[in-house]
Design a protein around this ligand. Structure first.
Ligand code: 0RQ
Length: 496
């Protein structure tokens, strides 16, 4: 195990997870590695939560994105989190957030590094970073995600490294760490192609700050991939139809443009739909590399994938890591401020595919708040990509909860992506290309192409009444949210 610590002077800093956890005091702020259940620090956070059985304390918890290995569950149950940012997707934590038992700052994933650099949020006392090894000169080599680990390690007062001996050392060279510098001295980021490497293979850190090193052998928790159903397959086929019409119009070739894809069942299914298509030599410039990415590489459809994390199902994890040589030249993991960087997203001209909870008849999208008030997961990277991509697509099933909720509504109750950031909406019924359209041109198209047939008359009725009131974006404001009231009172948005 000790050969994973290549700097001899650091070998004496090995401690138990319990000892490292004992350094964390009430009121401190932690920066944990971890992005969409990949590469999360596990041993120290779980040891810390155990302390809550005997003591009362609270900490702030910053991460890359969502954590796996039950960490957010245990944190939420033990009540030790004062504030969490920038993203979570844990059902227990979601409940605590919505009960008001803990605070949550839902934040664009590319922005957190900037807040840390500028000292906007409470400074980090301990960065806890999972690694495969530490190099001779003290560089931390991350495992299956980079996320915010580099910025955490750079700005934290202390660093704890969790060396995961189950993660193969051959992951070395998977990462490309680039520091954008401070506002006082910033240069252009020299990345012009998806596969470019512009930084270091690990996270440079001042060795003096490494307070302790812990060994762990707990692997990432696998993702559960919901198999495609008829609706997600229909969404995937409409996405293909849209891309084909872009090619026909001369705006894309069969190599498309680098693709960003959100997480979740709909996004994974949409990506998988590319396997049997005529598209080839594709590239991804995304955050999370899910199962479908490796399927696309195996099928020789995808040439290269850049992300911030590799999040796989159990079966796929076993296959990918036992045969990693096959993928190592085709994958790179970067800090999330680089994968989600507005300038790079614009420069590379991405096609972004993200999932909406609901959208309205003018194209505003709600990705985060159920019925306007209850947090689902968070905006994640969807806002970074939606605003800056060449083609910003949102997908959603047209209804939820057995048809009782329409995902197409008169006016979304919370806006994550304004009508200005949304180019195309897709449901299982079809797509609405909103580019260049005025609000009055959008409404009919969205209702006709995207809404479920059971809700179309109801939506058209609303729009027609709204037209009698006039305006650039006509609304009947006193009725705009009545669908949610009906849902709360009768269990369905459908008028009887
Ligand atoms: O709940 O499973 O209890 O029935 O929401 O919905 O349709 O399974 O879709 O898994 O792709 O998740 C927007 C939440 C979609 C996700 C969201 C209910 C529905 C179901 C899940 P049940 P589906 P998905 C990259 C980019 C924001 C972050 C982001 C998300 C559950 O994609 O969090 O894009 N996105 N990040 O029944 C009430 C509605 C509903 C609804 C669906 N209108 N009202 N409930 N549901 N629509 C990743 C990162 O940034 C890290």
């Amino acid at each position: 195990r000790f050969e994973r610590i290549k700097a001899p002077e650091l070998q004496e800093r090995v401690v138990s997870a319990e000892e490292a956890a004992s350094w964390i005091q009430d009121g401190m702020t932690l920066g944990l590695s971890g992005f969409t259940q990949a590469g999360d620090a596990k041993a120290v956070p779980l040891a810390l939560a155990k302390r809550a059985e005997f003591e009362t304390f609270k900490v702030n918890v910053y991460t890359g994105a969502s954590l796996g290995s039950n960490i957010d569950t245990v944190f939420a149950q033990s009540g030790i989190v004062h504030k969490r940012l920038p993203f979570q997707s844990d059902p227990v934590m979601r409940r605590k957030i919505n009960e008001g038992a803990m605070l949550y700052t839902d934040h664009h994933l590319s922005h957190t590094a900037e807040w840390i650099r500028d000292g906007v949020i409470t400074p980090i006392d301990f960065a806890i970073i999972e690694a495969i090894s530490i190099t001779k000169d003290g560089m931390i080599i991350p495992t299956t995600s980079v996320g915010n680990s580099a910025i955490f390690a750079q700005y934290a007062k202390n660093v704890i490294v969790e060396i995961n001996t189950e993660q193969p050392e051959r992951l070395y060279r998977l990462h490309d760490i680039y520091d954008t510098g401070t506002h006082e001295g910033r240069n252009p980021i020299p990345l012009t192609h998806v596969a470019d490497r512009i930084g270091t293979t690990g996270i440079p850190v001042d060795m003096e700050k490494i307070r302790g090193i812990v060994f762990t052998d707990q692997i990432d928790s696998p993702s559960t991939i919901v198999p495609p159903d008829s609706e997600t397959e229909a969404i995937a086929s409409h996405l293909l139809a849209l891309l084909r019409s872009e090619i026909k119009a001369g705006r894309l070739t069969e190599k498309l443009a680098p693709i960003q894809s959100g997480v979740g069942s709909v996004a994974n299914s949409a990506l998988r739909g590319l396997i049997d298509s005529e598209f080839h030599d594709l590239e991804m410039y995304s955050e999370v590399l899910q199962d479908a990415v490796f399927d696309l590489i195996d099928a020789d459809v995808l040439r290269f994938a850049s992300g911030s994390a590799i999040t796989l199902s159990k079966e796929k994890m076993a296959q990918v890591y036992s045969d990693f040589r096959k993928y190592e030249d085709k994958i790179v993991l970067r800090p999330q401020e680089i994968t989600n960087h507005p300038g790079l997203i614009r420069r590379l001209g991405l096609i972004a595919v993200n999932t909406a909870l609901e959208f309205d008849i003018y194209g505003n999208v709600n990705s985060t708040h159920v019925s306007g008030t209850k947090m689902m997961n968070g905006i994640g990277g969807s806002g970074d990509f939606a605003r800056n991509s060449r083609l910003s697509i949102f997908v959603s099933k047209s209804t939820a909860k057995g048809g009782n909720i329409s995902s197409v509504v008169p006016f979304v109750t919370h806006v994550d992506h304004t009508e200005h950031d949304v180019d195309v909406l897709i449901t299982e019924h079809g797509y609405a290309d909103l580019r260049g359209l005025a609000p009055r041109e959008r409404a009919g198209l969205i209702i006709e192409n995207c809404a479920d047939p059971t809700y179309r008359d109801q939506l058209s009725g609303y729009y027609e009444e709204a037209l009698t009131r006039g305006g650039q974006t006509p609304h009947v404001l006193e009725k705009a949210f009545s669908w949610y009231q009906r849902l709360a009172e009768t269990g369905s948005m459908l008028e009887k």
